[in-house]
Design a protein around this ligand. Sequence first.
Ligand code: FES
Length: 184
Amino acid sequence: MNQLLRKHSLEVEKILAKYPPDQKRAVVMPLLHLVQQEDGFISRERMQEIAEIAGITTTEVASVVGFYTLFHDAPGARIKIQVCTDVACDLRGAREYLNGLCSQLGINPGETTEDGLVSIEEVKCLAACDHAPMFQAHIGDALEYHENQTVERTLDWLKSMIASMKSPASAVEKKTTDDGGSHE
Ligand code: FES
């Protein structure tokens, strides 16, 4: 049975009710958001279930997941950092920044630190081209943008995030920081 339908029948019905039956494929995005909010990532099994509901193929759902940097197809690290190295950012030193950051964390782009806390991924334009080097970070459901970065500034931010995650009373909440200009 379709577990997504079984576990979230009300939410799925609400989403389906927003679109005409001949445009059922439009439910893919809201369903992906629902799954990621619940599971933290979108497994192949959930993609199949979304495909079934939307009347499209699993490959089509997977291609949507692959296209948007907001969606993850694996559990990944607790802090997922995505650094833009597209042309405009590259011209402002994004690649050196990415390499410096990875080297400080002892990983390569696309990898996760041994403790499973931080992953770094290279992505294309995140619409902050004139404030590079920049990254977006996914922390649970929260999404943060950080612009005008240096390796040191990012490491300081990471240190405080990790400390707050380890603190028993802490909860990482959605926020936007202003470390040289930021947006959501
Ligand atoms: S090129 Fe990096 S944010 Fe646009």
